[in-house]
Design a protein around this ligand. Structure first.
Ligand code: ADP
Ligand SMILES: Cc1cn([C@H]2C[C@H](O)[C@@H](COP(=O)(O)O)O2)c(=O)[nH]c1=O
Ligand code: ZN
Length: 226
């Protein structure tokens, strides 16, 4: 079971930031829901937010891949969280990678205001690049929990999200239809389009070479599309 900060009760004046990160299917949403439910049991006022664009499973709930769900408020941008957090003791934010860097200041303001802020999101994109604003939030957070899924190819702890389609934008919503978790050895970062074709690998057909996968050439890396 992942470590949870020992201080569970909101002290009235001192707030803090907790980040829950990892690859897709690593259990970020489950862990977020678990912490928020415990805060509700402790009769703390809990508000949960997610980006409105994430409509995969529900518009008004955060939902895990295992169909665990908690009511949430969809917002269009990070500033709205500040406006809507009101007198909450605990603020939960899911799919934080879909907010821009403003989220860092918003979380800082909420924590400075005495709130416990729990943020869940992807720390890397489908290319294996740090996925802002999670790395910046990790730097300013009091507590960081990094979770791992099970590699869909070999069963090792998975740190990466392998995109199984040829879509190239940084933001492409999806679940098992488009992504699977992979470990460092099985992850194949897609090459820039000029060097394609990229092979979307079905789990049973994935190569099992012992050689590390080649990284894309630095000179051909695309700028951040977000
Ligand atoms: N390869 C996998 N590794 C781990 N969990 C998986 C995998 N495939 C499906 N799951 C399911 O996904 C659940 C985690 O879902 P979720 O909390 O939504 O993850 P995340 O928010 O990190 O994407 C697990 O409890 C498990 O039931
Ligand atoms: C790697 C990666 C993922 N996404 C999308 C796919 C899903 O809609 C979410 C992640 O959801 P989860 O709760 O962590 O499973 O993000 C993306 O848009 N771009 C990416 O590079
Ligand atoms: Zn693997």
């Amino acid at each position: 079971m992942p470590m949870e900060p020992l201080i569970l009760r909101h002290g009235g004046s001192v707030g803090w930031i907790e980040v829950i990160c990892g690859s897709m299917f690593s259990g970020k949403t489950e862990e977020l829901i678990r912490r928020l439910r415990r805060a509700q049991i402790a009769r703390q006022r809990v508000e949960v937010f997610k980006p409105r664009m994430d409509r995969r499973y529900s518009e008004t709930e955060v939902v895990s891949h295992d169909e665990n769900a908690l009511r949430s408020t969809p917002v269009d941008n990070a500033e709205q969280i500040l406006l809507l957090a009101g007198s909450a003791d605990v603020v939960g934010i899911d799919e934080a990678q879909f907010f821009d860097m403003t989220l860092v200041d918003v979380c800082q303001q909420l924590a400075n205001d005495g709130k416990r802020v729990i943020v869940a999101g992807l720390d890397q994109d489908y290319m294996g690049r740090p996925f802002e604003p999670i790395p910046q939030l990790m730097a300013v957070a009091e507590y960081v929990t990094k979770l791992h899924a099970i590699c869909a190819v070999c069963g090792a702890p998975a740190n990466h999200s392998q995109r199984l389609t040829n879509e190239e934008g940084r933001v492409v919503l999806g679940a098992a239809d488009r992504y699977e978790p992979r470990c460092r050895r099985c992850f194949q970062p897609p090459r820039p389009s000029a060097e394609r074709p990229f092979r979307a690998v079905a789990p049973e057909a994935a190569p099992r070479s012992d050689a590390p996968q080649a990284l894309p050439a630095a000179s051909s890396a695309r700028p951040c599309e977000k």
